[in-house]
Design a protein around this ligand. Structure first.
Ligand code: LLP
Length: 385
């Protein structure tokens, strides 16, 4: 029996909770991303932070796109998975020495740097290895992404990037350091952006900045607009593949590239979210006086997004055909925020049923923890079962 796209009998044989990745959907998503990128001349770097599962990484790397990393661990994992080092960018406000050294040893494309002290350290470590490190400066464009406060990054109050007024001096600073080469600008305003028009103020801010830099005689070879394209958590089956075309056409239309400039982007969530489902088993159904609870064996340790960001993930009972009823779907963790979804209408549920927590491929498995000394969730590609 299969329900929707789920091979129920095969899923039933696995120890829950676990992540189930639809490999065919992931492939189709990356192909669609690539086709739009080729059409509009974007160079995509998959944001490894969204999902660094080895098999997922390998599948994405096999399409030849680049990677965006935010730690030494991610750089090493990306190289191991087969991403070409010359397509790897490395961002992060707090890169430590070993991480910078690992990236230098891996011969990555560039460091997305965010502060003067960081530039000094990259210069010094590159010097010791007799290398020149390519630098893109991360600029804080002070553009509101209109998304959840915890995933907005491009405002002056955020810790990320270099403020616009300090940029010309910072570029001069890079140019004065022997082992660094200034190659471009990096931006990222936030994540889960569902209205493509939100990217227009970013494009306009970049155009304005480019005008000023051009007037000052600064050459910028690369523009990296970061990630941020959102997905439909409400209707994963109706929108399995995000609107890469709309996103890229909006940016192409509003961002005025200068001759010879290359345009990079760093999609994370949009690449992996819809292919991933957290499969969890119902341990107990508990009837309260006003509510009934489906207590499941996954918790906020397996998928923290609802607890951390009040995020909505659609939840379906994939093993029941009984008439729908309302349940609060909750985990077993000793925290009152360990709730996946309140008043969720799903098929009549009993102990042993499997629930599918949808759109969990991004920032799901990778953010799992061992709090309460729980085991980490398992993970399978559909092709493995
Ligand atoms: N580039 C940079 C510099 C970033 O900071 C991020 C995400 C990305 C690219 C990828 O963005 P995406 O395409 O996935 O929106 N844990 C949160 C999301 C945090 C995003 C952090 N930065 C969540 O579960 O919603």
């Amino acid at each position: 029996m299969t329900k929707g796209n789920f091979p129920i009998e095969k899923l039933k044989g696995q120890q829950t909770p676990f992540y189930y990745y639809d490999a065919a959907l992931l492939s189709k998503t990356v192909e669609t991303l690539k086709a739009s990128a080729d059409k509009y001349g974007f160079l995509p770097h998959y944001a490894v932070k969204a999902n660094a599962n080895e098999k997922v990484l390998k599948l994405i790397a096999s399409y030849g796109i680049g990677a965006d990393c935010v730690s030494g661990g991610e750089v090493l994992a990306a190289v191991k998975a087969g991403f070409a080092p010359e397509k790897i960018v490395f961002a992060g406000v707090g890169k430590t020495d070993w991480e910078i050294e690992a990236a230098l040893d891996s011969n990555i494309f560039c460091f997305n740097a965010e502060s003067l002290p960081e530039l000094d350290v990259i210069n010094e470590l590159a010097g010791k290895k007799g290398k020149i490190a390519n630098i893109e400066l991360r600029v804080n464009p002070n553009v509101d992404a209109h998304t959840h406060a915890k995933i907005t990054t491009g405002l002056n109050e955020n810790k990320f990037g270099i403020n616009l007024e300090n940029l010309p001096a910072t570029i001069k600073y890079v140019e004065g350091l022997k082992n660094l080469k200034f190659i471009g600008l990096h931006f990222h305003i936030g994540s889960q952006i569902t209205d493509n028009n939100t990217f227009i103020p970013l494009c306009e801010a970049i155009n304005k900045l480019q005008g000023e830099l051009q007037a000052a005689g600064v050459k910028v070879e690369n523009i990296n607009v970061g990630g941020g394209l959102g997905i439909s958590y409400e209707d994963p089956d109706g929108n399995p593949i995000p609107d890469f075309e709309g996103y890229m056409s909006t940016i192409s239309k509003h961002l005025q590239l200068l001759p010879g400039q290359k345009l990079h982007c760093e999609p994370g969530r949009s690449v992996v979210a819809q292919c991933g489902t957290l499969i969890t088993k119902v341990t107990y159904v508990k009837k309260g006086t006003v509510k009934q609870f489906a207590i499941v064996d996954a918790g906020m340790t397996d998928l923290i997004r609802p607890a951390l960001y009040d995020a909505y993930h659609k939840i379906e009972n994939i093993t029941s055909n009984a008439p729908a009823e309302k349940y609060d779907v909750v985990g077993p963790i000793c925290e009152s925020s360990d709730v996946f979804l309140k008043d969720n209408e799903m098929n009549g549920t009993q102990r042993g049923d499997l629930l599918a927590i949808r759109s969990a491929g991004a920032y799901g498995e990778i953010m799992a923890s061992r709090y309460n000394l729980r085991q980490l969730p398992g993970a399978f590609l559909s092709t493995e079962l």
